[in-house]
Write a protein that binds this ligand. Sequence first.
Ligand code: SAH
Ligand code: SF4
Length: 352
Amino acid sequence: MSISQPRYGVDRQSLANLLDGEPSYRVDQVWKALYGDCGPSSTWTTLPMTLRATLEKELPPSLTELHTSEADDGLTTKFLYEVDGGARIESVLMLYPDRATVCISSQAGCAMGCTFCATGQQGFNRHLTSAELVEQVARAKYAAHRQGRRLSNVVVMGMGEPLANEDALWPAMTAVHDGFGLSARHLTVSTVGLVPGILRLADRPLPVTLAVSLHAAHDDLRNTLIPMNRRYPIDELLDACSHYVSQRKRRMSFEWAMIDGVNDSVEEAAALAELCRRLRPIAHVNLIPLNRTAGYEYQGSRRSQIEKFQGVLTRRGVDATVRRNRGNDIDAACGQLAAMTPVTITKSAAQT
Ligand code: SAH
Ligand code: SF4
C-alpha cells in the first residue's frame, strides 16, 4: 500500500519506492516527465497506460488551473490556480527576446499589508507548500515549451512574502535548481525586507539573487507604504543587505515602484543613490511605474518624472532600469495579483 504524495513533493528515492517492481529505467522516465517535459500525465506516453493511471492517483498535482489570460501578443500569460482548501493564487510567464521568466507566488494573500499592493490589500490566506511553488514553475516551463521557448528564470515576486515562508521556499528553490537545472543566479527572491530572512539567505548553500522592495529612502515615508518598516527600519535593512552582498560577492537590486508625488522627487532619488552606494558592488535599481490597484488612490509617476529620477541615479553612479510593465491589462503586472476569478460580464436588462 502506498500513500499519495504531491507530484512536485516527491524525491527520487520515494519515486523509486513507489515504482518498486517496475523496470529500473522507469524512475528516469518519470523523473524526466516531471522535470524535463513537465506536461500533465496524459503526455507521459513513454509509460504504459496502467502505470500512468497509478501515478496520476499516487502523485496528484497540487494546482488546479482555473483560468489563463494572455496579454502583450501572447508574450505574457497569467495563470490562475486553486490550491487545496480553495485559496487562489497566480503566476505570470513573461517571454522576452533573451529569456523566459516565471513570476511565482509564495503565499495565498500576504500578511505584510503594503498599502499600494493588491495582494497586501487582500490579507493573508495561507502559506503555499514547496510542492505548490515547484509546480508553478513546472507548469510555466511546459507552457513556455509549447511556445517554443525554454524557461530560464524564476522570480519569487508574485503573491506573498517569500521570506515569511522559508520552510517551503528553500526546499522549492533547491528542487527548482536541481530538478529543472536552473542556475541559482537565475533564481530571484524578492522581499519586503525581513532582516532575519535576508541574513539567513546570505548564508544558504544556494546563492540565489536578492531583490529588496525599498520604495522609499526615509523611514517616515517607508513606514506609510510598508508597515514592516517599523519593525526593520532602513538602516537595519541596509546592514542586512550589506551582509548579503559581502557574503555572496554579488550585486543585489532594489525595487522601487514610482508613485506620483509620493516617492518620485529628485531628493528621494539622491537619498536612494546614497543607500545604493553603501553596498559594494553598488546596488542596481529597478524602477517600476506604480500599477493601479483598487485600494490605493495614487497614480504611477509620469514618464518625464521617471526619467528625471533615473537621471539622478545614473549621475551618481547607480544603474537603474525602468521596467516595462507586462500584463497590465490582465492585472498581471507587479502588485496587481489578487487571484480574482474572472467574471463573464453579461448585459443587464437595463442595458439592453
Ligand atoms: N512580497 C515580496 C514579493 C512580492 S511583491 C516583496 O514585497 O518584494 C512583488 C513586487 O511588486 C514588490 O517589489 C512590490 O513592492 C511590488 N509591488 C506591489 N504593488 C505594486 C504596485 N501596485 N505597482 C508596482 N509594483 C508593486
Ligand atoms: Fe506582501 Fe510584497 Fe505585496 Fe507587500 S508588496 S503586501 S510584502 S506581496
